[in-house]
Design a protein around this ligand. Structure first.
Ligand code: SF4
Ligand code: MG
Length: 334
């Protein structure tokens, strides 16, 4: 199929003293081959949790991940064993995090860490690993790559560390790279360079990427398709043009309306804010979970959770404003 990843009805719950909290609910989306797909939302909306759930990195036993299907290019991850998933992770599906310093070991040379997936998944020897890391350093644009192989993480700038982490993510030529706020910790110039690098890698190597960000500017520049997340659900899904041209969920509209104009600082643009707060997932409001912040709320929004409505091809929203009238009056699940 044209999809590298197809997720259906992903749910993640955490067991706590006062019962279970569902942190992700009914997450369904696709990532096409060679596409960059965004997950965008405020912090606490479930973006990172979605990535961790896909990667099998949700802490156990408190965290429980279930799904109707998580299909990674023909491999069904929803029913795979922990051992099977360990084989996939870093080989077929890799992740790049926000702050590379915390995911690097300070006392190991960079090349050994970047090459670690080759040791684990392909059993290569040190010579072959070192050669391959050098190739990857060239690919991701690390200057003087040979001299950088034996560096320790603190000897690299933040931007070079993030390039090294991207090299590590790509070293086994994964089908899918998940980038969780990969540039948030970087200065504006370096941020632009890293984003350009990721686009080049998509164009040259054909890497499919899930781009997690709270920055709508990054979404607009980078992504083909977008999933807007709110309180553990995807509330709107569209290609990037439709999302910006015709935002349909009140949350998306609020986010777009709150983007400061270009004369204001980029920092401000990165943090759009609309009135109110993301609800506590253990104490969700009745009906629609966006209702306390929604300026369009209707009576039905208080009593019934909205289901997903198709608006046009590949554009859907989870909101009563767009539900079929007959479905609303008959009270049927959509
Ligand atoms: Fe607002 Fe109702 Fe739509 Fe929820 S379902 S976003 S409360 S209009
Ligand atoms: Mg996060």
């Amino acid at each position: 199929s044209g999809n590298v990843l197809s997720v259906r009805e992903l749910r993640t719950e955490f067991r706590g003293g006062r019962g279970n909290v569902r942190v992700l609910d009914d997450i369904s989306f696709d990532v096409g081959r060679g596409r960059i797909v965004g997950l965008v939302g405020e912090s606490g909306s479930g973006k990172s949790m979605t990535a961790l759930s896909l990667m099998g990195l949700v802490p156990k036993p408190q965290g429980q991940v279930s799904a109707k299907s998580i299909n990674l290019d023909g491999i069904e991850l929803a029913s795979i064993s922990p051992d099977g998933l360990r084989q996939i992770r870093g080989r077929d599906m890799a992740m790049v995090f926000q702050e590379p310093m915390t995911s690097l070991n300070p006392v190991r040379k960079v090349w050994e860490q970047v090459g670690e997936p080759l040791r684990i998944h392909q059993g290569l020897g040190r010579r072959a690993i070192r050669d391959r890391v050098l190739e990857m350093f060239e690919l991701v644009g690390i200057p003087e790559p040979k001299a950088r192989l034996d560096a320790y993480p603190h000897q690299l700038s933040g931007g070079l560390r993030q390039r090294a982490m991207i090299a590590m993510g790509l070293i086994c030529e994964p089908k899918l790279l998940i980038a969780d706020e990969p540039t948030t910790a970087l200065d504006v110039t370096t941020q632009a360079q890293i984003l350009r690098l990721m686009q080049e890698l998509r164009d040259r190597v054909g890497t499919s990427i899930i781009m997690i960000t709270h920055d709508l500017g990054i979404i607009a520049e980078m992504c083909d398709e977008v999933n807007v997340m709110y309180a553990g659900q995807i509330v709107e899904q569209a290609n990037v043009f439709d999302l910006f041209e015709n935002p349909s969920h009140p949350y998306t509209r609020g986010l777009l309306a709150s983007i400061p104009k270009s004369t204001e600082s980029r920092i401000a643009r990165r943090m759009p804010s609309i009135p109110g707060m993301v609800p506590n997932l253990a104490r969700l409001p009745s009906g629609c979970r966006f209702r306390p912040r929604c300026t369009d709320a209707m009576a039905i929004c208080q009593t019934r959770e909205p289901a997903v409505t198709d608006l046009e091809k590949d554009h859907r929203a989870r909101c009563w404003l767009h539900a079929r009238q007959d479905a609303i009056s008959q009270g049927e699940p959509l």
